[in-house]
Design a protein around this ligand. Sequence first.
Ligand SMILES: Nc1nc2c(c(=O)[nH]1)N[C@H]1C(S)=C(S)[C@@H](COP(=O)(O)O)O[C@H]1N2
Ligand SMILES: [Mo]
Length: 263
Amino acid sequence: MSGFQLNRRRFLTGAAATGSSLLLAGCDQFDFLSARDNQVRDIVEMANTLTYKVQRQLIGTQALAREFSSSEIRQGQRANGSTDPTTPEYLAMKANNFADYKLQIIGMVEQPLSFSLDELRNMPAKSQITRHDCVEGWSCIAKWTGTPLGPLLDMARVKPTARFAVYHCMDNIQKSLSGDIIYYESSDLIDAYHPQSILSYGLNDQVLPVANGAPIRLRIERALGYKQPKYLHTIELVDDLTPFGKGHGGYWEDNGYDWYGGI
Ligand SMILES: Nc1nc2c(c(=O)[nH]1)N[C@H]1C(S)=C(S)[C@@H](COP(=O)(O)O)O[C@H]1N2
Ligand SMILES: [Mo]
């Protein structure tokens, strides 16, 4: 056995001393490339986190999105993305004027909760006139009315280990061969508890229309349009976003958009 080891060591030494060292250099280079490759990938993946951290530092945690006056509402809120969901569950609920709707708060909470539309409408209401910015290149100023999400999360008693809120929607944004793809989104808890984050059921002093997310659509006012989930039915508190969709924290994020999406 020791003879074998000796031979092997001798072989390696010999190899290093001859032209075979090229092979080793080649290996080194390969390692180096793959290490660099990893670094590049890490940096790309870190860019999201970096933007997030820098933005969080610049904006602060509770800074408010700008609010406008009613004279600045120039047109109705344009509808975009899903505007008329066709899942059987949604159609049934819509046919019944959302009387059977429930908003659920589940996951990493001490007390899972469920609210009917009437219960949500009877909670403290807040209205805000804000600008919605869609990455497709349009903006709309609109008045949103709803109940702040933070107090509901407090009622559910979010566990200290929870890091994100996942927002599950009812619309089939995409129909694929392997079935419908349902829209979802997520945010950190800073945005979930932000004072302007409201579960809105009113738009420009009317009942929130189906095209804009009836019966409930969350506003996260310091984020881009795709971070404003319509047709919301469940808020799930989690510590990891990878189990959902393709693992990037939202339907559009799974298709390449930035997760933080701050403005
Ligand atoms: N459930 C759901 N939420 C969604 C979308 C969607 O298709 N489905 N589209 C997003 C995008 S890209 C935008 S710009 C806004 C559009 O909201 P609006 O129709 O009220 O203008 O909703 C966002 N939230
Ligand atoms: Mo958008």
